[in-house]
Each structure stands twice: as structure tokens, then as C-alpha cells.
Design a protein around this ligand. Sequence first.
Ligand code: BF8
Ligand code: SF4
Length: 633
Amino acid sequence: MKNLTKGSQSLLDKSAKLGIQTGYDRLESQEPQCGFGQLGTCCRICYMGPCRIDPFGNGASQGVCGATADTIVCRNLLREEVGGAASHIGHARKVVLAFRDMLQGKAPGYKITDRGKLMEVAKGLGIKTDNRADKDIGLDVVEKALEDMSRQDNAPMNWITLRAPKKEQEMWKNLGILISNAHNEIEEAMHRTSMGNDADPVNLLLACLKVGLADGYAGLHMATDFQDIMFGTPQVHQISANLGVLDKDKVNIAMSGHNPLLSEKILEWSGKLADEAKKAGAQDINVVGVCCTGNELTMRHGVPMAAHNLQSELLLLTGAVDGMVVDEQCIWPSMAKIAECLNTSVITTESFVKIPGAVHVPFEAHDADNAAEKIVRTAIKTFAARKNKEVFIPADKSSGLVGFSVEAIVNVLTKVNASDPLKPVIDNIVNGNIYGAVGFAGCPSIKMRDTEMTEKMMKTLLKNNVLIVTTGCTAHIAMQSDLMSPEATDKYCGDGLKAVLNALGQAAGLKTALPPVWHMGSCVDNSRIAALLGALAGRLDVKISQLPVAGSAPELVQEKAISIGTWLLALGLMVHIAPPPRILGSPVATKVLTQDLEGLTGGKAYVELDPEKASLGLLAHISQKRKALGLSA
Ligand code: BF8
Ligand code: SF4
């Protein structure tokens, strides 16, 4: 019996009864997992290998070519990061190209929703906006974005100049890591890690920081900016969450993946085809969100957050999903098999994301409406066939507030102090009501979900007056644990934080407290967290590394978390990670990332698997930063 919610457990029981395997079964069949792999000391970069180094000195100390554990670990780490950065940058590039197509009249399904944001981005990039058509301004913005993936002149990336704080830009310049072109960094990282190139672990780790910057600016920030322009900048509103948001009498379409280009159109067509669904015997069409696409949809439209990544198989096991529509990243191939057993379908849409057994409907920006219409109709048909069959939807359901974009936060703060919105936050940090802040990002780990690592850490920090912001699947976990509801403020926060959140909630006209954990979006929206930190640091005229803040990826799963984490290290944050990244087989990587880096960027990695100890570690870090700023510790 796992330590999961009753609903999740019942669905696992159902899978066992039906003889359907889930990740939990497959994890068991993988045990014990390879120790060399976990420590990062296996290398299969060339065909003289695979080679593996025994970090305990009982076997080979070098690969056939003479590569040491330090070299092998650092090369592997950089390649993991490339996987993460390529995912985010590919995502951003797709949105940029769709925006360009739209401006040129080739993608009529899309429009500009937040013109103010377009102007803000354009002005920030030095583009003239006076007396010019939106189309021309937009095309100039697109050109600047694509330049960050193509320029060869060594000038700093436009999105770094646009979005990174000045002090950090200066620091990166001095370290020689102020990058120019995100695609070049990915190419160079692959080149440098192929057989017979960079063997210097420190040089490889510096390259990790560079790819981290590529990820942060050409991936996360760029994606968020264009998505807000096209689909709107989120504002605070209430939503519901967990598996119980499915409705057996409705056509349930679960959206999973990452890119709002697809999910926005599915949502739109679900509205347009509601009558057709009713004719098929359904009460309506119920679009629910999974993973990061779920976060995008809930942040902008209040779509229920049905499941985090680890629940995606469970969601299908309800038998009530009439179509699991996916685009890219974090999509488990196993879902197609489960869908087949439950007579529903997984619908893939990306040319580079196909799964045997899934239905494939190609989705391109220029033909978005046709594809979306077809996908929604497929789900309606599936509903018609399953409507009288038995389904099992767990009662698990929670609710809370979402939509904490920087713009939304500033809106609330403006009601307290119109001329200097950040002042109330800073005053409360100074007087200790807000002891500090921690950003939680990342995934639910099948290896750790049992331990409730994320929830436990959040609760301990809240008790100590640490404000929490979060993104990604971690946001689903927080929402499902009721940590994003106004009631959680009274229940979990220390007195100082409670008072601040109550006052802010009143000022915002909510008649309740603001919740203690703020949902800032999907994983690409870690850009929003960085922007908030940049604004606070700028207002105080300090570096981000001086703020009493930290980051945590308490349930690391994806390469993307590695690339985001490295970006945060470059920004000067302490980043807590569990389970350990695959660096412990290298004494140099371990020492540089957990200690020496602090002297360069101010950032450091912190590995701790026990939730209580990890929270105490973060609190100690915050205390030290407060002291250095001359605040009560
Ligand atoms: O980019 S949190 S499991 S869905 S990797 Fe994936 Fe992790 Fe979820 Fe989003 Ni982020
Ligand atoms: Fe082995 Fe070196 Fe080849 Fe890696 S690159 S597989 S360590 S010989």
C-alpha cells in the first residue's frame, strides 16, 4: 500500500484488478537501479565503451580513453541540460513562429490578446512603437527573438538584455558566460561533450551555466512573453483541482503537455462544439488540464487542474477520459496502452512526438482550427460509445487561487501602495513578517511522492513565515493539498506571514487572505519567478544572490529541471534538489556545485532528501542572507 490519496490508491487497485501495469509496477521491475548511473559515472559516448568508474576505488578509475569520473560526470550533466534547454527553446521557438505566421495572416486561428505586453516587450527591446501598426512592431519583436537563435556576432542575447537584471548581466560578462545565441550553445555543448573534446570538469561546469542561461532566456522568458502576448497575461482567480474534476456525464478532454498553441485551440473548439456534444448525450464538454499545459490553461482560463504528471496514467484509469490530447514533453508512452484497455484514446499532435497505439492528428499553427475541431469531434465520438459504461472517478477534489503573474501580483500591491508597489513587500521583509521566500519548481517523483516531500517542506517553511511561489507539477501538488486556498493561510502560516497575506487579500478586495502558496504557472513560467526576484533586487539595488530567498526542486525528474536549476544557480540562488542530481560520483562537480560556485555567482546546489532537514537548510540560508543585509535573522 502506497502513501497516496485514497482516490489515487483506488485507481492503482483498479489497475491491478484489470491487469494493467503502471509506473509503480515498472519501477519495481527496474529495482535495483544502476548505482553507476545514479552517480553519473557511466559513459557511453563512444564505442570503445561503455565505460564505468567505480567511485569507491574498487574498480577502474578511468574510461578506455582516460576520461576520469570528473570528466564523465560533468559531460553527462551538460548533456542532460542540453535535453532540458532544447525542450524549452524548441517550445519557445514554436510560439514565436506561430506569432509570426499570425501577423503575416498565415495562422488565422490566433490573435494578439495582450497588446500592452507586446508594447512592453517591444520597448524593452528598443523597438520603436510610436505611430506604427501592431503587425510591424510584432514582426520586429519576432526578428529580435529569432536573432537569439541565429546571430553570429557575439553580442549578448536580446532576451538577456531585455529580461536579466543589470548586475547579473555584468557578473556573467566578467565570468565569460554572457551568451549570444542559444542554438550555438546547444551545438557547442554537444560538440564539447562528444568523444575527445573537453575533459576539464570546471570548464564543462561553466558550459553548464551557459546552457542554463540559454534555457532561462531563449526558453522560459521568451515562451512566457510570447504566450502572454498571444493568449493573455494571467490574473488571480479561483479554480478546482484533482482527479475528481472529471464528470462522467460530460465529454472529458484531458489536455497534457506544454504548449498553449494546442490547448488554447482545443478549449476554444470545446466551446464551439458543445451543442454537438449535447446531441451525443453529454451535458457539456469538460476540458481538464494535466501537467504544464494544465497550468497554462488554469492560469489564463480557470480550467480545472486534473492531474500532475504522476497521475496521468491514473486519470486514464478512471475510464472517464474521452480523449487525452498531448503535444510535447513529459508524456508517458504507457498511456497509449492504458487508453486502449479502457477504450479511449491518446491523441498525439506533434510530428516529433508519436506513440505506438496512439491516434495521431497533426497540429500546425496555420491549420489549428481544423485540427482542433477534428480532435474535439474524436472525443465526442468516444464519449458516445462510453456514456452508459461504468467509470470510476475518485471524489478527490480541492480548490484554490491561481494566476499569480508578476503583473497580477503588482496589481494587488498597487492597491496598497500605488506609487511604489513593491514597498509593502520590502517593508514586510525588513520587519520580518515575511522572513523570506522560496520558489518550488519541478515534478512529482515516483521515487519520492510517498514521502510527501513537497507538501511537508512547504508546511514547515510557511510556519516560519516563508512565502512560497511555485510552478509546474509542484503547483498541482500544492493545489491538491489545499495549500493554495485562502484558508491555508490561517492554517499553516506563522503570525507574520498570516498578517501580511490577510492585509493583501483585503486590499485586493478578496474578502479573504491571499493564499500562502502562489501559483505562478507552468515550468516555462519560472521566468515569472525570476522576474519577480529581479524586480525586488532592483528595487533594493542588490544582486539576486543577496535576497533572503532560495529555490527548491524537491522531486527532481526531468532534464528540464536540471537546466532550469542551473539557470537559477547562474542567477545566484541556492537551489535545493532531491533526489540527488547525477553528480555525486565526481568530487570536483560535487564541490564546485555545492560550494565553490557561491564565490562566483552566489548560487549553490543543496542536496537533502529529508523534508524537515531540507527546510531547515533553506531557513538557515535565508537567515544568513537576512543577516548580511542587516536584517533580523
Ligand atoms: O515542464 S513539472 S513532470 S509537466 S518537467 Fe513535466 Fe516536471 Fe511536470 Fe512541465 Ni516541468
Ligand atoms: Fe569510454 Fe572514453 Fe568512450 Fe566514454 S568516451 S565510452 S569513457 S572510451
